[in-house]
Ligand binder design. Sequence first.
Ligand code: ZN
Length: 246
Amino acid sequence: MVARYDLATDPVLKQQLLTVRRGTSFWHRKVQEIHDDHLDEPTRLQGWTRRHLIAHVGYNARAIQRLVSWANTGVKTPMYASPEDRAREIKLGATMPARALRHLDHHAAVSLNVEWRDTPPEAWAAVVRTAQGREVPLSETVWMRTREVWLHAIDLVNGARFSDIPAEVLQRLLEDITTAWRARKTDPGFTIEVTDRPGLDPIGAGVENDSRVTIRGDLAAVVAWASGRDASRLVLGQDVPAPRWL
Ligand code: ZN
């Protein structure tokens, strides 16, 4: 039976579903603002035009939907058959006519949303595997997609800014990024001062009281830098390259 409302009951999860929908609308609005003639322009991602990026975000929705189906049916369906398969799909998708490309992006997102909506409370805890091989509860897929739609809207380079991203999303992004640095030991001991979030724990500070580098800026500026996209809005640390994240 198809529900018209989320079957999920956990209030945190329900809030996260609202955030991902907000991000999806934002992404679609930015894509819509791009005229067909400008789809071949470059994005912030090396080697990718807007066509590649839109194809990727569309296929990402389908890939995440496979994890939702996995959790709901117990039949293991990986996000992608292989990394090569994922890359090939994007490359091919980028050659589609503009209308088909937009259609893919839109329909894949709608379809994923329906699948999430109809997922019963108990299935959200089912363990699925991400493309990177991480075992996560299905509920994590909401965050995975949230990250994609907000960040890639900025990567389209048609006006979206980090300050458009909700603070709770920015904060979690920063946690993800600094956790990845720590796991790879690529954090040289940053002290990150988030000026508009004074209560935030010192993040990314690898070595306490012995930090060699201070990064200072508001949350949006810090995440723009940390995600490797734009250091220009930092107050301090503009010339410090952020370690690789993904
Ligand atoms: Zn992506």
